[in-house]
Design a protein. Structure first.
Length: 510
């Protein structure tokens, strides 16, 4: 038995929504000048769709999800209509572009070697090794959704942790929790924040201050949690939740003491074991690639942040003259150009660079198609005019609810959805068309809704068995999934409370 993929789940959801559209009555809200629904104006309407029309919508849902056009007068979406783009073609190309860029960076070997070199240099300082690796993974997670890529680092991190007297759970927590917290607190992660912001019709940079502070706090808490457990195991190996496999303790260095029997961080046994022999030093090319990588993501953050609003605290502040206000078309072009620049800097050669870019886009076709399928579901709901009916059914619950409570409820409600749809991109595209106007009714910033939604998705993906990052990680580390759950459960509870506090405070302040 295997849990179905996100594509299969979304195909089932598409058919289910299409069937429900025959039962759910059609309705609509009056719209304001910005096209947002006006609270309290819901009324029943006749969709005017025949069975053949509905069948055509089901058949064309993936096509409409990619490049469906919304007619300005009727509001219907179709591939041959005239109006504004309703499909997710912009986001689709952006995902492929960033996939090409990331793949080119990995093809140079710079990122792998950089992380490996960091781990090797900190191999004699256990707490710093844990903090350093978790911080790097968390940074990569918050800016580009670094998750599946962590699976390649178990062969390096596990022997290092064992050599320092830790167990395999410390290595597992360092990798899974490190990257997972970054994704949970995504600041500009294109696969979470980017897709959700696009679906909510806001800028990628909206709400970045709240998300950044949240990332700082949750990353620090997670590092302290893993370090605390590691020190306990280092002092008393019998406290390990997972135990040790034959050979795990052969090269372990005893925890140093401060002369009174207490632990201290200093001077481990001389000579690291062979398993911890580090990678070669970074070459000039590797340093250039890592510099370009940093500059590209720094420029992306600069280009999408609404600086006037962020610096003044006013949502309607007039943009500064130097603000770029970029969105997905410009960002897609940025990462395609950056992929070429990195390839040229690394001297990959024309043939290798071309094939790597194509392979990178191919590797990311799955999340791109998930976005298309999820958008196709919203097209079916739009054309059958049941979206506003679903929104109206929730309006009564929202009306009068404190904004802080509403934000927490959005986080909680999205937890089971994150289990069913582990793809952050698909989950965002499916949920945000409902959550965004709902936030307007509750008087809560749409940016806070994005933060609450991605926190729910990230929190679940730290432990659910439907993600390759978790299941693959514990398998590579040779740690039982039940042991990992026991290890991470207290941290999940702490994170749950902190997330609720952050989204509640964000809703109240905005």
């Amino acid at each position: 038995m295997r849990f179905p993929s996100a594509l299969t789940i979304l195909a089932i959801v598409t058919v289910a929504v299409w069937i429900l559209a025959f039962v759910i009555p059609s309705g609509a809200y009056d719209r304001n000048a910005d096209g947002a629904p006006v609270e309290g104006t819901y009324h029943r309407v006749d969709s005017g769709q025949s069975f053949v029309d509905r069948l055509n919508d089901l058949f064309l849902s993936p096509v409409n999800g990619l490049y469906g056009i919304q007619d300005a007068k009727t509001g219907r979406v179709g591939p041959s209509l005239a109006g504004e783009l309703y499909g997710s073609a912009g986001v689709f190309l952006f995902v492929l572009a960033i996939g090409a860029f990331i793949t080119v960076v990995f093809a140079t070997g710079a990122l792998d070697r950089g992380i490996g070199l960091l781990a090797h240099r900190l191999r004699e300082r256990g707490a710093l090794l844990i903090a350093g690796v978790m911080t790097v993974f968390s940074v990569l997670g918050t800016v580009e959704g670094f998750a599946e890529e962590t699976l390649g680092f178990y062969g390096l991190i596990v022997p290092l942790m064992l050599a320092l007297g830790y167990d395999r759970l410390v290595a597992t927590g360092t990798i899974i929790v490190g990257a997972g917290i970054g994704v949970l607190c995504s600041t500009v992660n294109p696969f979470a924040t980017g897709v959700a912001s696009s679906a909510a019709d806001i800028s990628l940079g909206d709400g970045i201050v709240l998300r950044f502070v949240m990332w700082l706090v949750l990353t620090a808490v997670s590092i302290l949690y893993v370090v605390r457990y590691g020190r306990r195991v280092q002092r008393d190996p019998s406290k390990s939740l997972t135990g040790f496999l034959p050979g795990d303790r052969d090269h372990a260095q005893p925890a140093p003491t401060n002369g009174t029997g207490g632990p201290r961080e200093a001077d481990p046994a001389p000579g690291p074991p062979a398993a911890t022999d580090g990678p070669p030093e970074l070459t000039g090319t590797h340093k250039l690639v890592l510099t370009l990588l940093t500059l590209v993501f720094a420029f992306m953050i600069f280009s999408v942040v609404p600086w006037s609003s962020a610096l003044t605290g006013k949502a309607d502040a007039t943009p500064y003259g130097w603000e770029l206000g970029w969105s997905f078309p410009q960002l897609a072009a940025l990462f395609l150009v950056a992929a070429v620049l990195v390839g040229v800097a690394a001297r990959l050669g024309e043939a290798e660079l071309s094939s790597t870019i194509i392979q990178g886009a191919a590797d990311f076709i799955s999340p791109a198609l998930v976005i298309v399928l999820a958008r196709g579901v919203t097209v079916i709901m739009n054309n059958s005019q049941i979206t506003d009916t679903v929104l109206h059914s929730i309006e009564g619950v929202v009306r009068g609810a404190p904004s802080a409570l509403f934000a927490v409820l959005v986080f909680v409600v999205n937890l089971p959805l994150a289990f069913l749809i582990p793809s952050t991109s698909g989950h965002a595209t499916l949920a945000m068309p409902i959550l965004a106007p709902l936030a307007d009714f509750a008087g809560v910033s749409r940016a806070v809704m994005v933060t609450a939604w991605q926190a729910a998705s990230g929190w679940m993906n730290l432990w659910v068995p439907t993600t390759a990052v978790t299941i693959g990680g514990v398998a590579l580390a040779k740690v039982g999934y039940n042991k990992y759950l026991r290890f991470v459960a207290p941290l999940l509870a702490i994170l749950f409370v902190l997330i609720c506090a952050f989204v509640a405070a964000g809703a109240a302040l905005t």
